[in-house]
Write a protein that binds this ligand. Sequence first.
Ligand code: UDP
Length: 329
Amino acid sequence: MNVLVVGGAGYIGSHCVRQLIAAGHNPVVLDNLVYGHRAAVPEDVPFYPTNLGNEKEVGKILRKEKIELVMHFAAYAYVGESVTDPLKYYFNNVAATLHLLRCMIGSGVKKFVFSSTCATYGVPEKMPLVETMPQAPINPYGQTKLDVENILKSLAHANGLSFAAFRYFNAAGAAEDGAIGEHHDPETHLIPLAIDAATGLRPPLQVFGNDYPTPDGTCLRDYVHVDDLSRAHIAVFDQLAKPGAALFYNLGTGTPTSVLEVIRAVEKVTGKTVPHTIAPRRAGDPPALYADSTKAKTELNWTPKFTTIEPIVATAWQWHQANPQGFRS
Ligand code: UDP
């Protein structure tokens, strides 16, 4: 299938491009490189550094490349920034997506795979999370993702768009062959910060709160390998053959892992100490978030290859050792 990967130079998008190639599909990347890295995309994959607001150009790309399905990863994802600068998030995550969807409908492209998030659930009452639980985001980032989910439902009904929205838990790790990995600027994620603290590239890690109602007092999260996430995006293709399909899936391993357990995993994998201090809680962090991914497992036959934290950290460490400064471009 000819697949346009919007945000294909970003962390999850670039891993998905490689999984698409491995599965025999033809990815085409559109990425304005605000946060993406050109070097994360293989040279021989068609690449368009276009903004989604440029509907004329995006429409041309859809037609020229005979695109049959669009995957949309391009979004701003800094929760704190979304609170202080919500317009930036509504414009980039919602308005830009509307431009993309209008182009698709205008060009007759009716299959869509969307990066959503467990942040759409807000602070859940029960764990693990299933797809039917109430969605009440507590920050504009989560709200923008929920807004797009709702827009997609309307388009499935009115325009016959078939879509899958994947609600990611904590994407983590790097390509198993070490070719690409996680490089955010600024970096706010636990695993890369812990690795950099261990190697001395960054200051000691701050553990945001150790007084949560969890076994060791630190937050529990569900770390899922980025290649496992990517494989789910491809496993859903068959389901999108039905016009108007409106599908929602949690993607996580279901294994809750605490911040201190992540630190211990980084220490074991790297053989180094992770210097860390206990800091106040970070605003907006729910104590625990982990998935029930039974729906993805049953309907998509999706089985995450990585189910525990150490092997995930090992792939991240492989990438960081070879690329301590991340991508150069
Ligand atoms: N965290 C931390 N120190 C950091 C970064 C993250 O203690 O420097 C904690 C954070 O509070 C959360 C977990 O690590 O409980 C995962 O955070 P991350 O930002 O990686 O992902 P999020 O869960 O926010 O999507």
